[in-house]
Design a protein around this ligand. Sequence first.
Ligand code: GLN
Length: 485
Amino acid sequence: MADMINNEEILRTDALTLGKKIKAGELTSVQVTSAFIDAIRAEDGKYNSFITVSDDALDEAAAIDEKIKAGELTGSLAGVPVAIKDNICTKGMLTSCASRMLSNFIPPYDATVIRKIREEGMVILGKTNMDEFAMGSTTETSFYGPTVNPRGENRVPGGSSGGSAACVAADLAPVALGSDTGGSIRQPASFCGVTGLKPTYGTVSRYGLVAFASSLDQIGPIGKTAVDCAALFNIISGIDERDQSSAESSKIDVDAVSSFDVKGKKIGIPKEYIGEGIDEDVKARVMEAVKYFEDNGATVETFEMPIIEYAIPTYYIIACAEACSNLSRYDGVKYGYSPDGVEDLMDLYIRSRSEGFGMEVKRRIMLGNFVLSSGYYDAYYNKALQAKALIKKAFDEAFGKYDVVIGPVAPTTALKAGESLSDPLKMYLGDICTVLINIVGLPAVSVPCGNDREGMPVGMQIIGKHFDEQTILGFAASFQKGGRS
Ligand code: GLN
């Protein structure tokens, strides 16, 4: 029975199918896990998508196989391996946030999502590369070196969850977890040609997620298909007393996602999402995808959303303000990088932060402290909160009329390596289509919808009402079922 499917096929197979085959006894978790671990060891030198590869994965898989056999684990993804972004705490396994500051941090506890993943019987393959502290859009600011996009030589994988998207795209993991503060699941999924879900704020516990900007951060799944993302979302979501902002939400009906019909659904497209500054190929692919929905009975309307103009400043003010406060805990005393031979307490603070943080993180700490300082607080931070209220109002109005809002994930496809390191402002502007969603806490999925003229993947973004992951994943699944990618 064990040779019914070979290793190469295992690597290409989606997570739910692997889960089914493991349950049916056609495959074991050990077989599947060793196929992925071997592939990572053989191939990841090219991509650098992992920071840490687990030494325990095969032992974990063997124990899980026993439990599956005994009928103790019956979930749809039991025995299936998963890769985890390196800002999610894993007990006993390095959780570095791709920063020198946490390059020695071995958490003594699991994040809630990790506890849930272990309870399901999924196997952790390792920890994936990312922009330092999740700040960036290219996975080039990592202390452990950049990740390479498996879909194009010399192209960035996007960020900050670039390692998670790249390892799924390279068939080194069937599914992965990322985090999304302003697009960090959706944009790398788009650049690497895989599917990524940023869930409604509060549906997935942030306990054990190293904080970047707490009012925006959200953990979510990346996979080969929307249906896999739905299944993984069901495992990691749920209210958690350890996260004060977590909310009760209902589970997704995965079968209903698979058989979703877009007929009669209403799609709204903000004109600004297909206007100036958006690459022609990106626009064309997204509009072709929308046409597919229209051909299948959905109605489509464009509408104006001028508030999009304020998306980038609003996001960067709020994100940096929260980041500078969250990152003040790294002082060289409690945990993390601490230099030798310091002279006094001030020297310890200065040297641990100067040497422990990279350029992009320092830039954000300075920006954050500036917008929160007395004299500027009203001019910047309070203004951003006012803009946030207006953005929320604009989406409330849109969702009064439409079931989903569709646009591109990013204005371009994957950038060339090195391009945005020299020009951070350009990098920030690339977040124009994703950051609004975090500001108002909505769910959104990134779905591959063809390639640009250079063969790089384009991502369509489907945005839903709060807690309506079901509908946006349904749209995505119906597109993928139609043979579109
Ligand atoms: N690119 C955005 C930023 O640099 C988003 C990052 C994220 O979602 N973690 O802030």
